[in-house]
Design a protein. Structure first.
Length: 457
């Protein structure tokens, strides 16, 4: 690691460290706060940056880190302005009354230049700079107590440089996931489309989540248990709403048909889910690109133009690829560019489990935290899992994309529905909920209506 700066700080100093992907823990941290680290190898693969060690004694940002000295002084932003090929790891360590900021980027290959639109940004872009000439700049924030203004200014600059897709109306979405999980049927979708109409709920998109296909690596293979996907999609479209669907296109199970028949398509460990070890796909391989083209052509031809793309981190795993010159990040971006090309510029793409900075300009919305709860979590035993990152990443909304704080769950069976409703209704971005309409009580319906009505800036 190369030292970038040593910043004198007060007792109220805080550091913001941007996580690698949607599910990576992201927040402001004070001296002495616990450092979020994986406890199991699968957690490293699925919640942190695969192939990159996680520091034991430092806060670690992937491409972005902010130090607010907590003494009324200027917040300092250390962030890349080009995440299309490489993203530096940046670490902050408390050493006495100083925060030391370091990076794994080779100074000989980086040009650290002063920003103009935002003097609080440190631009890490490819170049050949003499390390003796590297300059750091301080960001001036009117709200230096939190550093929020510094993040917002960085977001505006990064979004503009990366071609952020902005201007979409915030979708109001009903989703199958937290009610039905993988046991969803076409009849469930049709029932709820009718119930949405009967209840007069202002819903723009009906999203069919995981469970409609056979699973990892079989994304368009018919699932007899689900029933007719075309019938479900037709019911949504006939109601005058956009049809949405979920897919995890960059991941396959180690035992899936794709992995067994095409081992040359497959990258390394991507964690574990659906009872199988997960693998990433080499998005530069011609066979993979043909496969993805078929998958999303089928989705497009059904009339679906709202797609939640999940487990996207698998496309940016380290490892050798068909295109030897591709980096994990450039390969990942090429896969998203292909999906965009197939679905068209008017399709709405929602990233999830996706590398944060490398996705800007390619998706319209981004999940900014982990799932509200996993199966069995209705009792509240999993806590408010998404709250920390949802609140910390509010600055990304309207600068990098439309934020997705995840779905409201308003039925009485969810023990934390009131607490979670406070978080989701206050959060900017997509207004989504995931309950069987017929299972909502009066209070649940009130919460849903409040969510759909409120559109925070």
């Amino acid at each position: 690691m190369t030292v970038l700066d040593e910043i004198p700080v007060g007792p109220d100093a805080r550091v913001y460290a941007e996580g690698w992907q949607s599910w990576s823990p992201t927040t402001w941290s004070a001296r002495g706060d616990a450092i979020h680290r994986p406890t199991e190898p699968w957690q490293h693969a699925m919640r942190f940056r695969p192939g990159t060690p996680v520091a034991e004694d430092a806060l670690q940002g992937e491409g972005l880190l902010v130090v607010d000295p907590g003494d009324g002084g200027d917040a300092r932003v250390f962030g890349t302005l080009d995440a299309s090929h490489e993203v530096p790891t940046i670490r902050a360590t408390w050493r006495g009354d100083t925060v030391v900021v370091e990076t794994d980027a080779d100074p000989r290959s980086l040009s650290l230049s002063k920003g103009h639109e935002n003097p609080g940004s440190l631009s890490l872009s490819k170049g050949h700079a003499d390390p003796r000439s590297l300059s750091l700049t301080k960001g001036r924030s009117a709200r230096s107590a939190t550093g929020t203004a510094a993040l917002e200014s960085f977001g505006a600059r990064f979004g503009a440089a990366s071609g952020a897709r902005l201007g979409w109306a915030r979708p109001r979405v009903w989703c199958t996931w937290y009610q039905y999980f993988e046991e969803v049927h076409a009849s469930d979708v049709i029932e709820n489309v009718r119930a949405i109409d009967q209840s007069g709920l202002e819903v723009d998109v009906v999203q069919i989540d995981d469970g409609w296909s056979l699973g990892t690596g079989e994304w368009t293979a018919p699932n007899p248990r689900f029933g007719s996907l075309p019938d479900a999609v037709s019911a949504i479209l006939d109601s005058g709403r956009r049809a949405g669907i979920w897919a995890a296109p960059f991941s396959v199970g180690a035992n899936s048909t794709v992995a067994r028949e095409h081992p040359d398509w497959v990258l390394g460990d991507a964690g574990r889910n659906w009872g199988d070890d997960l693998r990433g796909l080499d998005l530069t391989h011609p066979g993979v690109r043909d496969y993805l083209t078929r998958v999303f052509s089928d989705i497009r031809d059904l009339g679906i133009d709202y797609v939640k793309l999940d487990f996207l981190y698998s496309g940016a795993l380290p490892g050798p690829r068909h295109d030897a010159d591709a980096t994990p990040i450039s390969a990942y971006r090429s896969g998203l560019e292909l999906i965009r090309e197939v679905l068209g510029d008017d399709a709405f793409l929602l990233g999830c489990g996706a590398p944060i900075l490398p996705s800007v300009g390619l998706v319209d919305a981004m999940r900014v935290a982990g799932d509200t709860f996993h199966e069995g979590g209705e009792d509240g035993s999993q806590g408010l899992r998404g709250q920390m990152s949802v609140e910390a990443r509010e600055w990304q909304h309207g600068r990098l994309w439309t934020n997705d704080p995840d779905c409201l769950v308003a039925r009485p069976e969810f023990a934390l529905r009131e607490e979670w409703a406070d978080v989701v209704i206050a959060a900017p971005g997509i207004r989504g909920f995931s309950d069987r309409i017929g299972g909502l009580d009066a209070r649940g319906m009130d919460l849903v209506r409040a969510l759909l009505k409120e559109t925070p800036a």
